[in-house]
Structure formats: structure tokens, C-alpha cells
Design a protein around this ligand. Structure first.
Ligand code: SF4
Length: 383
């Protein structure tokens, strides 16, 4: 789907993903991710088609286990969408999913989970071989919440350096293997870190196409504003070949992510930049994941909305609250928040930084959250 012209772009190489191509001067592609259970073929196909109708160039689906893998042939048979697959911890599933998709995203921070003694180069080699055999592109998807343990803590608390180093390492591995059909993403929930990480990476590797996104940007409209800030700063510098706006939305409104992405691209192309709010990040900051097939309880989106509503009284306090949908990324990605909630099937885990305060029912956690918030605000008052 064509998009508006954008300012001069970095000379990235072209990477084909099914019937679309990113980089190499091609229009910036807009993508989103299904939040349905991948094993639920009907619901997933419906959402893939909805996202395509909304203008998605690429649609991503998560695959966590055998039931998701088994659903893929049926999903593929019912859509021509350019499908990307999101591998979690079991990188070896790539071999089973590759015949049905156009791109495979792997997270360098998750490769250590299996076959711990196997060299990293061999694992990346396996992924490159599978991708090449099945005509797939790869995305090296580095995420602030799941940094490769070999990099974590090595740069004196500079989490951006950890991300960039991990991405550069994987680019070097793939280049060394002769596999060049890949792009990179460096995501954080803080738009300033997303800007910093992508600028640092692009200064080293102008040739590698970049997938931009602010992870767990949260509920609209705040989530759109955070994302816009990052995209304006990067795309206006020629950085970015494909984008995803990650918003916490009910399943039937996932297409809004595509609309938001196209609107941001269109505004940038027309020179319509929104000023960055001066106090961005210095007020109450609620980050919440965009949800995906791994969400453990459908009540997650409603919970995120309620968290926003019941904490509104603290809007002038520089406090971050994270709300995550599952146990896969929830525990790690709430560690840096002042207060965090991650959802399990029947209860919600409430945290203060990395410490778990307790687990609470969905209907009682908000009371505990506001009590903790009050305590935090009181502790920051001058004596
Ligand atoms: S935190 Fe879990 S549910 Fe939310 S987007 Fe990430 S993997 Fe999906």
C-alpha cells in the first residue's frame, strides 16, 4: 500500500517481506500484530483481514508452542497478507513456522533459554538457514525488557548501549553468515531511549533497515503521542523503514494502530510536526503493552483503562506505572517501573520496581495499587 513521501531516508538496503519491501527507498511500511490466540484460527484470520483492510503492509502473529504452530497452515491458507511471526523463547520453532510466513522475528535476549551450551553463532546460523530455505526475512528484535544476559549490566547502567551492542552483534553474525535479508528493531517504552538507541545504531549501520516502535506505549491518546515523539525525531533524520504503533486497544479496534501510524507518517511528510510536550516523562507515565495472543485474561485492556482512570489524581507526579498482559514479558518489563502490574489468568501481580508486593484478584488490585501509589507519593514529599 503506498504511503506519503517522507524526508530523505538513510541508504538502507532493500529487504523483501512477502509482497512488500522495506528499505532501499521504498515507502515506510506500516504494521501491526494480532492480539488473538494464534491457535484460534477463526479469530486470528478475522484479525489479520481486519488489519489488512485497515492498511497494514505486514501483520505479525505470535507463536509460543505446538498449538500455535499447528494453526499456521490454516491461517496461511486463508490470507495472502505478508505474515511475520514472533518467536519467543523457543527459537527452534522457526523451522516449523517458516514455510507459512514471510518474516521471522527473533529476540536476541531469548536465545539463551534453550540449548544453553550451544554457541550463539550456531543458533543465529540455524535461523538464517531456515529463513533462507523458506524465502523469509528476519528481524533482530531487541527489547529493553529482555536484554541478552551477556550484555545486561556491562555498560554502567547505559541500557541503550546494551540494546545497541546486542543489535550490532547480531548484524555482524548475520553478515558473517552471508544472510543480508534482515532488519533490526530497538524498542523501549521510553520514547527518548527509542530515539537514542535508533540514532546510535543508525550511526554505525546506515545500511540496515530499521523497524521503529515504542513498546508498551499504552492507551490512546497518550500512547500515540509517545510514539509520535519518537517517530518524528527519527524519521525526520532519515531513520526508519517500517513502523508499528503499539497501543492498548480492544481486539476489534487493532486497526486503529494502522490508522495512527499512517497519520503520523502523513503529518511528517507534510512537515506537520507536533511540538514535544516540555514535561514529557516528568509526569505520571502509564505504560501498557499492546496485548497479543499471550494475554492471560481478556480483562487486561479494561484493567489498563481502569489503572489510567483511578491514578489520574497523581498526574503531576513523576511516576511510572506499567501494566502488562502476560507472564512472558510482564515480569521483566515491569521491573523498571515504580509500580507494575502483570496479568495472570485469575489474578494480577502487583510490584514495586522488581519486588513483588503480592497477587490480587482483578477486582481488588486497583485498591491496592492506589494505596501503594499514595505511599510512594508520601515518601517523596520533603520531610
Ligand atoms: S506483555 Fe505479554 S501480552 Fe503484552 S504484548 Fe507483550 S507478550 Fe503480549
Amino acid at each position: 500500500m503506498p504511503d506519503a513521501a517522507v524526508p530523505a531516508r538513510n541508504p538502507t538496503r532493500a529487504v523483501r517481506i512477502g509482497r512488500t519491501t522495506i528499505g532501499g527507498g521504498h515507502p515506510i511500511a506500516v504494521q501491526s500484530m494480532c492480539a488473538t490466540k494464534t491457535s484460534d484460527v477463526e479469530a486470528t484470520v478475522r484479525q489479520v483481514l481486519d488489519l489488512e483492510r485497515a492498511g497494514a503492509d505486514i501483520v505479525r502473529i505470535a507463536v509460543d508452542g505446538a498449538r500455535d504452530v499447528q494453526a499456521l497452515p490454516a491461517i496461511r491458507a486463508r490470507t495472502r497478507a505478508n505474515l511475520s511471526i514472533d518467536l519467543q523463547e523457543n527459537y527452534r520453532l522457526a523451522a516449523e513456522v517458516a514455510p507459512y510466513v514471510d518474516k521471522i522475528r527473533y529476540n536476541p535476549g531469548h536465545l539463551h533459554h534453550h540449548e544453553r551450551t550451544k554457541p550463539l553463532r550456531d543458533k543465529v546460523g540455524f535461523l538464517a538457514e531456515v529463513a533462507a530455505k523458506h524465502d523469509c526475512a528476519l528481524r533482530v528484535g531487541v527489547n529493553c525488557g529482555s536484554i541478552d544476559p551477556d550484555k545486561a549490566g556491562r555498560f554502567g547502567g547505559d541500557s541503550v548501549a546494551e540494546m545497541v551492542t546486542s543489535a550490532l552483534e547480531h548484524c555482524a553474525l548475520l553478515d558473517g553468515l552471508g544472510f543480508l535479508r534482515y532488519c533490526v528493531s530497538l524498542k523501549d517504552s521510553d520514547p527518548m531511549k527509542v530515539i537514542d538507541a535508533n540514532r546510535r545504531f543508525a550511526s554505525e549501520r546506515q545500511d540496515v533497515p530499521l523497524h521503529l516502535g515504542v513498546t508498551e506505549a499504552g492507551l490512546p491518546p497518550d500512547g500515540v503521542i509517545k510514539t509520535r515523539v519518537a517517530f518524528e525525531q527519527l524519521i525526520s533524520r532519515g531513520i526508519g523503514d517500517t513502523i508499528r504503533v503499539s497501543l492498548t486497544l480492544p481486539n476489534d479496534r487493532k486497526g486503529d494502530e494502522i490508522a495512527a501510524g499512517r497519520q503520523i507518517l502523513d503529518d511528517i511528510a507534510r512537515g506537520r510536526f507536533r511540538s514535544v510536550p516540555e514535561n514529557l516523562g516528568k509526569r505520571l507515565n502509564i505504560i501498557s503493552c499492546p496485548s497479543c495472543s499471550r494475554v492471560e485474561n481478556e480483562a487486561f485492556v479494561e484493567l489498563a483503562e481502569k489503572v489510567r482512570d483511578v491514578t489520574a489524581y497523581a498526574r503531576d507526579h513523576s511516576i511510572t506505572i506499567a501494566v502488562m498482559g502476560c507472564r512472558v514479558n510482564g515480569p521483566g518489563e515491569t521491573d523498571d517501573a515504580d509500580l507494575g502490574l502483570w496479568c495472570a489468568p485469575t489474578h494480577v501481580n502487583l510490584k514495586r520496581k522488581s519486588e513483588t508486593i503480592g497477587t490480587f484478584r482483578y477486582d481488588e488490585v486497583l485498591t491496592r495499587l492506589t494505596a501503594e501509589l499514595d505511599r510512594l507519593i508520601a515518601s517523596r514529599r520533603p520531610a
